[in-house]
Design a protein around this ligand. Sequence first.
Ligand code: RP5
Ligand code: MG
Ligand code: MG
Length: 250
Amino acid sequence: MASVGYVASEHPGHPVPAGLRSWSTLWAGYRPVDITPPELLPPGLAASVAQGWAEPYVSPQDVPDWERRRAAALVPFTFAGGWPLNPTGRTGWAGRNLGRWGENQAADPVVIAGSGAERRVLLIRRRDVGQWAIPGGMVDPGETAPAALVRELREETGVDLAAMTPVILARRYVDDWRTTDHAWVTTTVALFRLPTRVLATAGDDAADAGWWPFTGVDHLAGLLASVGGLYPAHRALLRLVPDADLAVAS
Ligand code: RP5
Ligand code: MG
Ligand code: MG
């Protein structure tokens, strides 16, 4: 098959053309751009490993337990030449910009308070991209997703919902900004419903925390446009909240 001369760096902001994303479509000219940051390459990698958020492997070929990881994956994935392949196909980006090669499991607690026109959703402003997002985070090694939902919510907003049982909305891929062909994010999205708002205080990787009117994702995005915007990857997650939990716009 003829190669298509697509080089991601020549198309800033462009996704890979839809017809070329599938790994089963041969594309000899594919040249993804490596976005591995210095803190995930030697010598900086050692400090990131010591901080506890990065695994020490410079290449996925060094990872010793792929069989176990594949069995535990939320979204199945395949390999080529020892490299795990993003289950959504080519991204235009290579390397690792996340703690782990392959699937990085996150937990996203969607907390809703009030009803009708008073209904609100608890969001944080992410320090990395400056946008408003669900107060989620990565599941720690050996931790369960339900435990991570409660821990991340507490760390990022100060709200402790350990006594509640949330409704799991989905276990799915999330289009995180750090995604590459060989390291990506999946998440467990869960809904907590509160009768009224509780005090929220930003902490950890949250620059701000607040309750935003939530009568629909598009309305929410409009509200947030002037203050950093809504983290694009979380639009799809917030759309998972059942209609019954949304106020009818009047
Ligand atoms: C998002 O990044 C996930 O949906 C989750 O909210 C979060 C996990 O990463 P950190 O907040 O730990 O950076 O894509
Ligand atoms: Mg966090
Ligand atoms: Mg977080």
